[in-house]
Design a protein. Sequence first.
Length: 165
Amino acid sequence: MKKNIVLCAGLCLAMVFTGCKSSESAYKKAYEKAQAQAAQQVEAPVQQVAETPVVTPVVTKPANQTQVVDNMDNVTVRQERVSVVNGAGLKNYSVVVGSFSVIANAEGLQQRLKNAGYSAQIVKNDDRNMYRVIASTFDSKADAVQSRDQLRATYQDAWLLFYTR
Protein backbone atom coordinates (compact mmCIF):
# COMPACT_ATOMS: atom_id res chain seq x y z
CA MET A 1 0.00 0.00 0.00
CA LYS A 2 2.82 2.38 0.89
CA LYS A 3 4.52 1.55 -2.36
CA ASN A 4 1.45 2.58 -4.35
CA ILE A 5 1.17 5.90 -2.51
CA VAL A 6 4.85 6.68 -3.02
CA LEU A 7 4.62 5.66 -6.68
CA CYS A 8 1.54 7.89 -7.26
CA ALA A 9 3.18 10.80 -5.49
CA GLY A 10 6.31 10.41 -7.61
CA LEU A 11 4.28 10.33 -10.84
CA CYS A 12 2.36 13.44 -9.81
CA LEU A 13 5.58 15.32 -9.04
CA ALA A 14 7.08 14.28 -12.36
CA MET A 15 3.99 15.52 -14.22
CA VAL A 16 4.00 18.81 -12.35
CA PHE A 17 7.63 19.60 -13.12
CA THR A 18 7.44 18.61 -16.78
CA GLY A 19 3.97 20.08 -17.55
CA CYS A 20 4.61 23.59 -16.20
CA LYS A 21 7.69 24.25 -18.21
CA SER A 22 7.10 27.17 -20.58
CA SER A 23 8.67 26.83 -23.94
CA GLU A 24 11.23 29.32 -25.15
CA SER A 25 9.65 29.31 -28.60
CA ALA A 26 6.40 30.82 -27.25
CA TYR A 27 8.31 33.76 -25.76
CA LYS A 28 10.26 34.18 -28.98
CA LYS A 29 7.05 34.30 -31.08
CA ALA A 30 5.46 36.92 -28.79
CA TYR A 31 8.62 39.05 -28.92
CA GLU A 32 8.77 38.91 -32.71
CA LYS A 33 5.07 39.84 -33.00
CA ALA A 34 5.55 42.90 -30.73
CA GLN A 35 8.59 43.97 -32.77
CA ALA A 36 6.58 43.72 -36.02
CA GLN A 37 3.77 45.87 -34.61
CA ALA A 38 6.23 48.50 -33.39
CA ALA A 39 7.86 48.60 -36.83
CA GLN A 40 4.47 49.15 -38.53
CA GLN A 41 3.69 52.06 -36.23
CA VAL A 42 7.02 53.73 -36.97
CA GLU A 43 6.59 53.32 -40.74
CA ALA A 44 3.11 54.88 -40.86
CA PRO A 45 3.56 58.62 -40.27
CA VAL A 46 1.03 60.36 -38.07
CA GLN A 47 -1.00 62.92 -39.95
CA GLN A 48 -1.40 66.18 -38.12
CA VAL A 49 -4.33 68.41 -38.88
CA ALA A 50 -3.79 72.12 -38.55
CA GLU A 51 -6.59 73.61 -36.49
CA THR A 52 -7.97 76.95 -37.50
CA PRO A 53 -9.63 78.86 -34.69
CA VAL A 54 -13.26 79.74 -35.28
CA VAL A 55 -14.14 83.24 -34.20
CA THR A 56 -17.71 84.44 -33.94
CA PRO A 57 -18.16 88.16 -34.37
CA VAL A 58 -19.46 89.93 -31.29
CA VAL A 59 -22.51 92.06 -31.91
CA THR A 60 -23.42 94.50 -29.18
CA LYS A 61 -26.97 95.67 -28.74
CA PRO A 62 -28.01 98.37 -26.32
CA ALA A 63 -30.38 97.37 -23.54
CA ASN A 64 -33.24 99.82 -23.90
CA GLN A 65 -35.70 98.03 -21.70
CA THR A 66 -35.47 95.18 -19.25
CA GLN A 67 -38.62 93.21 -18.63
CA VAL A 68 -38.91 91.07 -15.52
CA VAL A 69 -41.39 88.26 -15.87
CA ASP A 70 -42.74 86.77 -12.67
CA ASN A 71 -43.62 83.21 -13.56
CA MET A 72 -45.81 81.88 -10.75
CA ASP A 73 -46.54 78.68 -12.68
CA ASN A 74 -43.02 77.35 -12.11
CA VAL A 75 -43.27 77.48 -8.32
CA THR A 76 -43.36 74.01 -6.78
CA VAL A 77 -46.51 73.21 -4.83
CA ARG A 78 -47.08 70.02 -2.83
CA GLN A 79 -50.51 68.51 -2.80
CA GLU A 80 -51.45 66.69 0.39
CA ARG A 81 -54.59 65.54 2.09
CA VAL A 82 -54.61 67.21 5.50
CA SER A 83 -57.07 67.88 8.29
CA VAL A 84 -57.14 71.02 10.44
CA VAL A 85 -56.08 70.32 14.03
CA ASN A 86 -55.90 73.87 15.37
CA GLY A 87 -56.96 76.90 13.34
CA ALA A 88 -59.70 78.69 11.45
CA GLY A 89 -59.55 76.66 8.23
CA LEU A 90 -57.54 76.53 5.03
CA LYS A 91 -57.91 78.12 1.63
CA ASN A 92 -56.48 76.67 -1.60
CA TYR A 93 -52.81 77.59 -1.09
CA SER A 94 -50.99 77.64 2.24
CA VAL A 95 -47.43 78.45 3.31
CA VAL A 96 -45.96 75.68 5.47
CA VAL A 97 -43.05 76.75 7.68
CA GLY A 98 -42.57 73.63 9.80
CA SER A 99 -43.31 69.90 9.90
CA PHE A 100 -43.23 67.90 13.11
CA SER A 101 -44.05 64.39 14.23
CA VAL A 102 -44.82 65.64 17.76
CA ILE A 103 -47.77 68.00 18.14
CA ALA A 104 -46.17 69.86 21.07
CA ASN A 105 -43.36 71.05 18.77
CA ALA A 106 -45.91 72.20 16.19
CA GLU A 107 -47.84 74.10 18.88
CA GLY A 108 -44.65 75.87 19.98
CA LEU A 109 -43.96 77.13 16.46
CA GLN A 110 -47.61 78.09 16.02
CA GLN A 111 -47.43 80.24 19.15
CA ARG A 112 -44.24 81.99 17.94
CA LEU A 113 -45.94 82.75 14.61
CA LYS A 114 -49.05 84.10 16.36
CA ASN A 115 -46.83 86.34 18.50
CA ALA A 116 -45.28 87.64 15.25
CA GLY A 117 -48.74 88.54 13.91
CA TYR A 118 -49.54 85.55 11.67
CA SER A 119 -52.77 83.59 11.84
CA ALA A 120 -50.91 80.31 12.19
CA GLN A 121 -52.66 76.95 12.02
CA ILE A 122 -51.77 73.32 12.55
CA VAL A 123 -52.89 70.61 10.15
CA LYS A 124 -52.15 66.90 10.17
CA ASN A 125 -51.14 64.74 7.22
CA ASP A 126 -52.41 61.32 8.30
CA ASP A 127 -50.63 59.54 5.43
CA ARG A 128 -47.20 60.63 6.72
CA ASN A 129 -48.23 61.13 10.37
CA MET A 130 -46.82 64.68 10.33
CA TYR A 131 -48.14 67.92 11.80
CA ARG A 132 -47.69 70.87 9.41
CA VAL A 133 -47.51 74.43 10.78
CA ILE A 134 -49.11 76.86 8.35
CA ALA A 135 -48.22 80.54 8.67
CA SER A 136 -50.72 81.90 6.14
CA THR A 137 -53.32 80.65 3.69
CA PHE A 138 -54.57 82.20 0.41
CA ASP A 139 -57.01 81.64 -2.43
CA SER A 140 -54.51 82.65 -5.13
CA LYS A 141 -51.17 81.06 -5.84
CA ALA A 142 -49.51 84.43 -6.51
CA ASP A 143 -50.35 85.73 -3.04
CA ALA A 144 -49.11 82.50 -1.46
CA VAL A 145 -45.81 82.68 -3.36
CA GLN A 146 -45.29 86.29 -2.25
CA SER A 147 -45.96 85.37 1.38
CA ARG A 148 -43.67 82.33 1.17
CA ASP A 149 -40.85 84.49 -0.22
CA GLN A 150 -41.22 86.92 2.69
CA LEU A 151 -41.30 84.09 5.24
CA ARG A 152 -38.16 82.51 3.80
CA ALA A 153 -36.13 85.30 5.39
CA THR A 154 -36.86 83.64 8.75
CA TYR A 155 -37.94 80.11 7.73
CA GLN A 156 -35.65 79.03 4.87
CA ASP A 157 -37.52 75.76 4.25
CA ALA A 158 -40.97 77.33 3.79
CA TRP A 159 -42.99 75.67 1.02
CA LEU A 160 -46.44 75.80 -0.58
CA LEU A 161 -49.22 73.34 0.13
CA PHE A 162 -52.23 72.88 -2.12
CA TYR A 163 -55.06 71.86 0.17
CA THR A 164 -56.85 68.70 -0.93
CA ARG A 165 -60.25 68.32 0.61
